[in-house]
Design a protein. Structure first.
Lengths: 280, 299, 355
């Protein structure tokens, strides 16, 4: 009998007792990002994603949130996984003139999309893009020039000013190379191991059921700040940040969710519009 | 609104030129030589990695800002490296399989797997971004709403150049005439003293070299990785079969048709559905006219 | 490659020996093997046997009738999905399947409803691919699409099928496919006795199908197929309809593929768009080629051997296994064009022209 640890942001709507979700469900990444965009006056949103479960579910959440909070979904567009021709998509974006593109493209589609977006004459000045699957590691692949000034939402950035983070980045780079960057999934994976270890310490056993029972309330001083396990949902309490890409491939934090970490809410129970999304 | 239509036409031409560039090598190996080179996609991948290496070297030697300038050297290098590999493949494997067309499919698929694994071992499994010259990243602002990306214009020019080059080679040079002779009647050419084995190797190398060229050009649009080959192989075969096997002019028409339809349906629906519709139309067309656009005259 | 030809006297004896040996092998596999292998390996072998079923159908289509199909995976995957629909409904216990609710559906689509019944699912999973095969065989044959064009079109169909299934997430589960099954015919799926039982059923089904196809190949129909492969014109002039023949053989091979899919999905526990895809389609051809096309036994052997090798090599040399597989194809084509089974034959076989 084993348990699984998921260190990467995902679409929520689940809380299996066999999985520890040490990363962000929508209410700790996507929903704050949409709130930020609406606060900045970007109400008309073009949804672009790769065609698989995460973007489709994420877009359901976003559409419900936009409807409830006064935004508009201009379009909802999907491209096949691994797609590299974005000429049609860029044309459609130009024609519909949204305030912002909410990007849930995955992997290498991002490289092609941003390259072709820039080549099509669209950049941060006339079309901001908010991405939730692009982090420091991906920016290197996309090309720093192609991504400069664009927005992302995560719980961790390499540029965070904290002692724990400075130590973490230094150790990572001395182990893997001075050119390596750290990003949110890397940091979550790192924290996940420590959280599990601390839970096992508290349970005085590595038996899965005992660790699971002991996990609630376990805290760790991670590079992103203090994170605490929520026994009820097996997610963690953490903050959300919006970062703006600089010309060095690093992100400058332009907004964060406040002093208190956010409680995880994978089933969107704390949102009045959440019921329609989580149905079933 | 009219600029949207113009943009649509431009996109269609762009996709068509990419398809043509990718398929023209296959039109030669499949169309002229009757060899099913399932590794064609991996030769495209090879070209892409050559460009990656060139830009990396340029960055090392000339400084990071000049990394993009390696790209211009990359184009001919990609062609030569892919052609060289293709020549080796022909001499080492393909020439034993000329009478066995479907066996070339299987054997070259195996070669493709080997090339893909080699790429993974040398460069790593994740895709890599290739730096390109600054002047190829911008766009030409024709009007307020219409900007034509430089990269796509460059690819269109490259495709036209490649087509022209192949046409000139086949129809205006001595070697080209020999190639056509061997393809039309190998036995007779042999009797007349033509070195058919050398011609075969050269022709195959030309086909794979063009694939390499396409791979280098694709760096302008997106990432390069071990798997880009499989992305393009099905479309490349569609272009060649639709155009009529053995007919280069047909391949041009097919690329234009598929590119145009692709563009229209991608705009009207989503990219996924658009591709499905285009393929379904191609299959339906082939039902009606199995030999493709241009019918081959049979003796 | 050398054939081991034997004269008529010893031939009859050899034949009897082979039949006895096969019977023993079958009994051993069904009754003894499950206690020898651990559940993981047994399950893998069960998967290979499902693939062997598909390969059998492909050999009929390609080895005998001479039509190379790079898209048998579509028929296989379709069978797997159709039976998977029943498994999904049973596992959802009367409620809406999970992927449907998170994709926004509020009630079960009409075409899903009949699949709550295992009988309907079983029949549909074999019949629908078969009908599709007949239709395809008929259409393509009527337009005289043969050889490499046929192959490329079947590959395009695999591409279309994959894209369609990925895009229709509310109805097919999208890239995740259908998974999270819990029971089959009321028995828990993860139970080792149920898995053993599935393995035994697969083995028996494979044996029966192998017997049937061997009989078919020796029958008049089988010889017609070979004649069709070798010279379609003459077959036509003899008064037979090649289009009808091609349609039938495509339908048969599709039914076998669908059946393979049915047995595959409960043992593997998941079906996703990759099961319909181009790469699997090419791999199926490799199995038949390595095993020996036109021998039927070769298809079974090829499927089991190539898949076992792939697992073994990828487990021990994860960074290098693709080299091994690629080299295997190249070497097979160059040195063993008739495959493993084709290189050893019990009587002089007419030389197989490369189709």
């Amino acid at each position: 009998m084993a348990c699984c640890i998921n260190p990467v942001q995902y679409e929520g709507l689940e809380a299996s007792k066999n999985i520890f979700y040490i990363a962000a469900p929508p209410n700790q990444q996507i929903i704050p990002a949409v709130t930020y965009l609406l606060q900045q006056g970007m109400k008309n949103v073009y949804l672009l994603g790769s065609d698989y479960v995460f973007p489709r579910t994420a877009n359901k959440v976003i559409k419900a949130q936009l409807q409830a909070e006064g935004g508009t979904t201009v379009a909802e567009d999907y491209t096949p996984l691994g797609n590299t021709d974005y000429s049609a998509v860029v044309s459609k974006i130009k024609a519909s003139k949204p305030d912002v593109v909410f990007n849930t493209l995955n992997g290498d589609s991002n490289v092609a999309f941003f390259k072709q977006l820039k080549a099509g004459g669209l950049s941060i000045d006339n079309l901001p893009v908010m991405s939730v699957s692009v982090a420091e590691v991906e920016v290197a692949g996309i090309g720093v020039d192609n991504f400069k000034g664009q927005l992302t939402a995560w719980n961790y950035f390499q540029s965070i000013k904290a002692d724990a983070n400075a130590k973490f980045v230094a150790s990572y780079q001395s182990r893997y190379g001075a050119n390596q960057v750290t990003d949110d999934p890397i940091e979550h994976a790192y924290s996940a191991v420590y959280l599990w270890a601390k839970s096992a310490d508290k349970a005085k056993s590595i038996d899965v059921d005992k660790v699971r029972a002991a996990a609630s309330g376990v805290s760790f001083d991670s590079p992103q700040g203090t994170v605490t396990l929520d026994g009820e949902t097996q997610h963690i309490f953490q903050k959300t940040m919006i970062g703006k890409a600089g010309s060095d491939g690093q992100f400058q934090v332009v907004w964060d969710s406040g002093a208190d970490p956010l409680k995880p809410d994978p089933y969107l129970k704390t949102y009045s519009w959440g019921a329609t999304v989580a149905a079933g | 609104m009219s600029s949207l239509i113009l943009l649509g036409i431009f996109n269609g031409l762009s996709v068509a030129s990419i398809l043509l560039l990718v398929a023209i090598g296959l039109a030669i190996t499949f169309g002229l030589m009757n060899v099913i080179n399932m590794a064609h996609g991996q030769f495209i991948m090879v070209g892409g990695y050559v460009a990656y290496v060139c830009s990396g070297l340029a960055g090392l030697v000339l400084g990071p800002a000049a990394a993009g300038d390696g790209f211009l050297v990359a184009l001919p290098m990609a062609f030569l490296v892919a052609a060289g590999l293709g020549w080796l493949l022909e001499r080492g494997l393909i020439r034993f399989l000329y009478k066995r067309q479907l066996d070339t499919l299987l054997a070259t698929w195996g070669v493709g797997l080997i090339l893909e694994q080699a790429a993974k071992n040398i460069f790593g499994a994740p895709n890599v971004n290739v730096d390109v010259p600054e002047w190829l990243t911008g766009s030409l602002a024709v009007s307020e709403d219409l900007s034509l990306s430089h990269a796509r214009l460059f690819i269109m020019a490259l495709a036209a150049l490649a087509l022209g080059g192949v046409g000139w080679y086949l129809f205006r040079t001595g070697t080209g005439r020999l190639v056509r002779a061997v393809m039309q009647n190998r036995a007779m050419a042999d009797c007349l003293g033509v070195r058919t084995d050398r011609i075969d190797a050269t022709t195959f190398a030309l086909g794979t070299g063009l694939a390499g060229l396409a791979g280098a050009a694709l760096c302008l649009l997106g990432p390069i990785g071990p798997f880009i080959g499989t992305d393009y192989i099905v479309q490349a075969f569609m272009v060649v079969v639709l155009g009529g096997v053995g007919q280069l002019a047909g391949s041009v028409g097919a690329a234009a048709a598929i590119g145009g339809l692709d563009s229209v349906f991608n705009l009207a629906f989503s990219v996924s559905i658009g591709q499905v519709i285009v393929f379904a139309l191609v299959v339906a067309f082939l039902q009606w006219r199995p030999s493709g656009f241009v019918r081959t005259r049979s003796r | 490659m050398a054939t081991i030809g034997l004269c008529a006297d010893s031939f009859a004896l050899m034949r009897r020996v082979v039949i006895c040996a096969s019977a023993v092998l079958l009994l051993a596999t069904v009754f003894v093997l499950p206690s020898l292998l651990d559940p993981f390996r047994l399950n893998l072998l069960g998967k290979y046997l499902c693939f062997a079923l598909v390969a059998l159908g492909l050999d009929l289509l390609w080895g005998y009738a001479g039509q190379l199909s790079l898209g048998q995976s579509v028929l296989f995957g379709l069978g797997a999905y159709l039976f998977g629909m029943y498994l999904k409904l049973e596992s959802s216990g009367g409620k809406l399947p999970d992927f449907m609710s998170w994709s926004g559906l509020t009630e079960l689509p009409l075409f899903w409803r009949p699949f709550a019944s295992p009988i309907v699912a079983l029949i549909a999973a074999v019949l629908i691919p078969a009908l599709l095969g007949v239709a395809l065989g008929y259409l393509l044959s009527r337009s005289r699409i043969v050889g490499v064009y046929f192959a490329i079109i079947t590959q395009a169909l695999a591409f279309i099928a994959t894209t369609l299934f990925i895009g229709q997430q509310p109805f097919t589960g999208g890239t995740n496919g259908l998974t999270n099954f819990s029971t089959i015919f009321g028995q828990p799926l993860r139970d080792s006795t149920v898995q053993v039982w599935l393995f035994q059923v697969t083995t028996l089904v494979l044996a029966v199908c192998l017997g049937l196809t061997l009989w078919l190949s020796r029958s008049r129909f089988g010889r017609l197929l070979v004649a069709l492969r070798d010279d379609e014109q003459r077959v036509r002039f003899c008064g037979y309809d090649p289009t009808l023949l091609r349609a039938i053989v495509f339908g048969l091979s599709a039914a076998l593929a669908g059946l393979g899919g049915v047995l595959f999905v409960p043992q593997v526990g998941i079906v996703n768009p990759d099961s319909l895809g181009i790469i699997l389609g090419i791999q199926m051809v490799i199995w038949v080629a390595v095993g020996g096309r036109g021998t039927l036994i070769g298809a079974v052997v090829g499927a089991i051997v190539v898949n076992s090798l792939q697992t073994a090599v990828s487990e021990s040399l994860p960074d290098l296994w693709q080299y091994g597989i690629g080299a295997l194809f190249v070497i097979t084509v160059l040195l063993f064009p008739r495959g493993l089974a084709g290189s050893v034959s019990l009587r002089d076989r007419p030389r197989l022209e490369a189709a």
